[in-house]
Design a protein around this ligand. Structure first.
Ligand SMILES: *[C@@H]1O[C@H](CO)[C@@H](O)[C@H](O)[C@H]1NC(C)=O
Ligand SMILES: *[C@@H]1O[C@H](CO)[C@@H](O)[C@H](O)[C@H]1NC(C)=O
Length: 364
């Protein structure tokens, strides 16, 4: 542990939240958890409230607006088990976005693993989003129903992609999202042996072992799922048809495949999938949606980072969305790594946030 600029930073060991119980190699984790109260500043009014019993932070610009504002629903990252809308970096990000985009930003919380498992995280986010999309709620905050977007990073990008898909088939929600923005999202736990997992298996911030741990903990505290994932024996043969949706040999551009050779998957017994069906559920793994579903998704912005085990999840989704006819802006960051967007102490995060806000200005 060391303390920097009044920020408590965890370097390895990770004695916070659920990582308390975890054994993670010291150099693998740099997660910052410093939380701040919802305090308004000269430009933005910040309040905390509940949307459908889910605690959210709402950021409303103070300057007067003649027209209804854009709305942005933000979902924080942290492997479905860490973080909150109150984390200093997420609070600042939402503040800046509200101010610079002149938008109402809703930053949602959700219940975390290991106390809660899938689908709780998904459902909390979905319930808060549905609440926000009520006409009366939008009117209260002065939001234009035709200019609402969703955004999230890492596990938050997973949840953003998942709820955006879910919304397409929801007869109760009349309002459509205009854009989705996915920042190095996790999109599937079927193949954790993608070229990006192989190349970045010991990457700082997010290693392969930590990501597999996050995935398995999303579904269960039973370590046998993690073990099976690492030996690629978690998917039963009955689900072999799903591998076409995550087949990197057909979905990655050549420059990301480089010297890697695709091995057809191994299969395990159906026991794990029966016990923890979540890991084959499209609400946890948005890459498992079929093309017909993807076709209806809104304009999409995706950030992927070269030095990130999750790089290829994002790239495969870009390919699949484009194949399905969705318009996608793909910002691949050659010098990026996992966390480069949301850990503001890294200089690169300011560059990525500027690009992201510029894109939102033009497209939301
Ligand atoms: C408020 O906006 C002004 C003008 O853009 C800027 O100079 C100032 O730093 C902002 N204040 C905060 C707390 O962000
Ligand atoms: C993956 O795609 C390759 C072609 O690029 C094909 O030969 C292989 O059979 C596919 N495997 C699966 C499991 O879909």
């Amino acid at each position: 542990l060391y303390i920097q600029k009044s920020k408590i930073k965890l370097l390895g060991g990770a004695e916070a939240h659920c990582l308390l119980k975890y054994t993670i190699q010291a150099h693998h984790v740099v997660w910052s958890f410093y939380e701040v109260p919802p305090t308004s500043d000269e430009n933005v009014t910040v309040t905390e409230t509940q949307f459908n019993n889910i605690l959210v932070r709402v950021y409303v610009p103070k300057r007067k607006s003649e027209v209804l504002r854009r709305g942005l629903f933000y979902i924080h990252g942290g492997g479905w088990c860490l973080g909150s809308a109150a984390v200093n970096d997420y609070d600042l990000l939402s503040r800046w976005t509200a101010d610079r985009l002149d938008a109402v930003v809703v930053s949602t919380n959700y219940r975390l693993a290991p106390k809660y498992h899938f689908p709780i995280q998904f459902e909390d986010v979905y319930n808060a989003l549905r609440w926000f999309l009520h006409k009366t709620v939008l009117a209260k905050y002065g939001v234009n129903p035709e200019r609402i977007g969703i955004s999230g990073d890492s596990a938050g990008g997973n949840l953003a992609a998942a709820v955006t898909q879910q919304l397409l088939d929801d007869p109760d929600v009349k309002i459509k999202l205009k854009i989705q923005s996915l920042i190095y999202p996790a999109l599937q736990p079927l193949d954790v042996d993608l070229p990006s997992y192989q190349e970045n298996s010991n990457a700082p911030v997010l290693s392969k072992s930590l990501m597999v741990r996050f995935w398995s903990e999303y579904f269960t505290t039973d370590r046998s799922l993690e073990k099976a994932m690492l030996s690629r024996q978690h998917v039963p043969v009955e689900s072999s048809h799903l591998f076409k949706f995550v087949n990197w040999s057909s979905l990655l551009p050549e420059r990301f495949i480089k010297g890697h050779v695709y091995n057809n998957p191994n299969y395990g017994s159906s026991e794990l999938a029966k016990k923890y069906p979540g890991f084959l559920d499209v609400r946890a793994a948005p890459l498992l949606a079929d093309d017909k579903k993807l076709h209806s998704l809104p304009l999409t912005y995706v950030i992927t980072c070269q030095y990130d085990p999750l790089r290829d999840d994002g790239i495969m989704y870009v390919t699949r969305l484009r194949n399905a006819g969705v318009q996608v802006t793909h910002n691949h960051v050659e010098d990026g790594f996992h966390g480069a967007f949301s850990f503001l102490e890294f200089k690169i995060s300011h560059r990525l946030i500027n690009q992201y806000i510029e894109w939102l200005k033009e497209n939301l």
